[in-house]
Design a protein around this ligand. Structure first.
Ligand code: BGC
Length: 469
């Protein structure tokens, strides 16, 4: 059967290398989910100042308000996997947009801190589900040759969402109901996602999973812009050979996918990205930028660099491949973390420190945006077998939210206990391990069909070879 499947995959290659406007449009609309993600994780950095003032929050309660989205996202990502396989990726994104819209609206009108926390947990719940469903959906409609770029539109949307959050925070900072406006603006992307998703097709791979073959054929023909899709349909069908999906998780041959997914989630978060995204103004102040305004301006600069370098990365992911970008990017992140650590250790020369801090943070963000930023989401959406793609990717993505929460909660404590230099050294050392992890474990999946990756996984190939053509 493997041979047959391999044949089908080869013959299907031609029809799958086309990209058309329809696919780009579908991927772009699904990627609006990324804007919600970025907006809502970023917006709280400004809003919390006003919430704190209005409700006179203790430091602990302030931490709970900030991390309530992360807690909700962890729950959403953990529960959502089964929903994605059961309801389908498109329907789940529609439901998510509705939950997101309603809870965002509610969060802007609450009168007590308890209800604010509750509504933010719901917002997080929706983000958690959308965070893995959108890349999954895009990976299943994309032609292999352009899958990297199309799935990474989601990461581009995340970075744009973060930028928009910084802009909205600045615009409403003088408003009487500042935080209500800041949080409430999230309804705009939620509404766009909701309306947009209503017009998009269901994932043909999911339709085959639910045995709706005729509908799958029609949908795929529309997406590929040709009726000649039989080979691709056959190879997707062939990849559905086992029945008990949950049990697949414990199969030995699935282990490499779990190790790659969990490992990338760990290194994406534990090399400190969100200490910069959430705390950049604080770090800039540690480094000697005294005024709030300058610190916030420098933060917007970091947000902009994040967007720009994600745009640069998009075409390279399918041209250079995942591994070279990851290896170069994580090496650059390591260097900038080590420079940052040394700069903080030599704080006697404080004049230079702030510029070195700014320079190394910009380098760090640029390297992240070209490597672990987009590629973690991409590979997680690629490596799990169709039957448990929803469940598998939700496990890896929940782990990412859990690591995200741990880093966000421990960062300031680490700074207090180990100092800025020690803390960045720690992230730098984790990045060094990250380079080895990528080198040893991460496969090159550039241009390979999802069915071929699955075939390699089932054949027991080691992690690094899962993308063999
Ligand atoms: C990460 C987020 C991070 C963002 C920054 C995403 O890929 O998962 O935690 O805030 O990138 O661009």
């Amino acid at each position: 059967m493997d041979g047959l499947q391999g044949n089908a995959v080869n013959q299907a290659k031609d029809t799958r290398s086309h990209i058309n406007l329809f696919v780009i449009l579908v991927a772009s609309i699904a990627a609006v989910a990324g804007i919600l993600f970025g907006f809502d994780t970023g917006v709280i950095s400004g809003a919390i100042l006003y919430i704190q003032r209005e409700f006179q929050l203790s430091a602990t309660l302030e931490g709970v308000v900030v991390s309530s989205v992360l807690i909700g996202a962890l729950i959403g990502a953990a529960l959502g996997g089964r929903f994605a396989d059961y309801f389908g990726r498109r329907s789940l994104l529609i439901i998510t947009a509705i939950v997101f819209f309603l809870s965002t609206l509610a969060s802007a009108f609450v009168e007590s801190i308890d209800t604010l926390i509750l509504t933010r947990i719901f917002v997080g719940f929706a983000i958690g589900i959308a965070s893995f469903t959108a890349p999954l959906y895009i990976s299943e409609i994309a032609p292999p040759k352009y899958r990297g770029m199309l799935v990474s539109l989601n990461q581009l949307a995340i970075t744009i969402g973060i930028m928009l959050a910084y802009v909205v925070d600045t615009i409403y900072s003088q408003h009487a109901d500042a935080w209500r406006w800041m949080l409430g603006m999230g309804v705009v992307p939620a509404f766009i996602l909701l309306v947009g998703m209503l017009f998009l097709p269901k994932s043909p791979r999911w339709l085959i999973l639910r045995k709706r073959h005729l509908q799958a054929q029609k949908t795929l023909a529309k997406i590929r812009g040709t009726d000649d899709v039989n080979q691709e349909i056959e190879s997707i069908k062939n990849s559905l050979s086992e029945k008990k999906s949950f049990k697949l998780l414990f199969k030995k041959w699935l282990r490499p996918a779990l190790v790659i997914g969990l490992g990338l989630a760990f290194f994406q978060q534990c090399t400190g990205i969100n200490t910069i995204i959430y705390y950049a103004p604080t770090i800039f102040k540690f480094a000697g930028f005294e005024s709030n305004t300058v610190a916030i301006l420098a933060t917007s600069g970091v947000g902009l660099v994040n967007v720009l370098f994600t745009i640069i990365a998009l075409p390279l992911i399918d041209r250079w491949g995942r591994r070279p970008l990851l290896l170069m990017g994580v090496t650059g992140m390591t260097l900038s973390l080590l420079i940052l650590s040394i700069a903080f250790a030599l704080d006697a020369q404080a004049v230079f420190l702030k510029w070195i801090a700014l320079g190394s943070m910009v380098l760090y963000i640029a390297c992240f945006a070209m490597s672990l930023g987009p590629i973690m989401w991409l590979i997680i959406a690629e490596i799990f077998p169709l039957e448990i793609r929803g469940l598998g990717s939700s496990i890896a993505v929940s782990a990412s939210w859990a690591f995200n929460g741990i880093v966000a909660l421990t960062f300031l404590i680490l700074i207090e206990k180990m100092g800025s230099s020690g803390t960045f050294l720690l992230y730098g050392l984790l990045s060094v391990i990250g380079i080895f992890f990528v080198y040893k474990m991460v496969p090159e999946t550039k241009g390979v069909s999802l069915e071929k990756i699955e075939e390699n996984l089932r054949a027991g190939l080691p992690a690094r070879e899962l993308g063999k053509g």
